[in-house]
Design a protein around this ligand. Sequence first.
Ligand code: SAM
Length: 217
Amino acid sequence: MLYIVATPIGNLKDISLRAIETLKKVDLIACEDTRHSKILLSHYQITTATTSFFQHNRFVKGDYLLKLLKEGKDIALISDAGTPGILDPGYNLINMAITNNIPISFIPGPSALIAALVVSGKPANKFFFEGFLPRKTESRKNRLKKLAELDCTVIFYESCHRILSTLEDIAQLWPEKEIVVARELTKKFETILRGKPIDVISAIRKSSNKGEFVVVI
Ligand code: SAM
């Protein structure tokens, strides 16, 4: 069985009993970054063996994990944060398992996408998740123009390096739009910024652009 196990997006307490139980009982845990996941695993005295499964080894390691699954081993897949498969290489392993008729089971839990959507207070009955916007300004602006045509809530992830430039692009395109920026959700410096793009930009400039961000429009 391949268990897809959601883990916290910051606060170590945001993990389910079933997730802990599963991580303790499987033969192997596939982590994006084993050193990063060690913090969570040792916090809950989980001593199961770990192996890395990340963007650059996803095909070679994927084949190896598939071989173990075919031999009857139980493997848990976790990502650095949140729900595996949402914008991380977990997607590839899940697909390989499905194609090879390996049974899969999902242990649900946090995802920054859903957390940000809920705290945003924006309509959640219809929304579009963009993942990460293109890095280059021109392509980012073009993509934002396309997203502006949608008649639903739009959510995307952004890094601390690009949050201000992305918000500046949004300020140019939609100066009057009320947006929400969720920073460091569930962590010590959690901040939810609401307002026109220009107001959110100045709030970030006054405080800090460090950390992880989700933008909801
Ligand atoms: N699988 C993860 C999930 O379920 O949310 C997402 C992985 S994606 C590679 C990482 C991005 O998620 C970060 O760059 C950031 O934009 C967002 N993110 C993750 N944790 C966050 C948090 N605690 N607060 C705000 N954004 C977060």
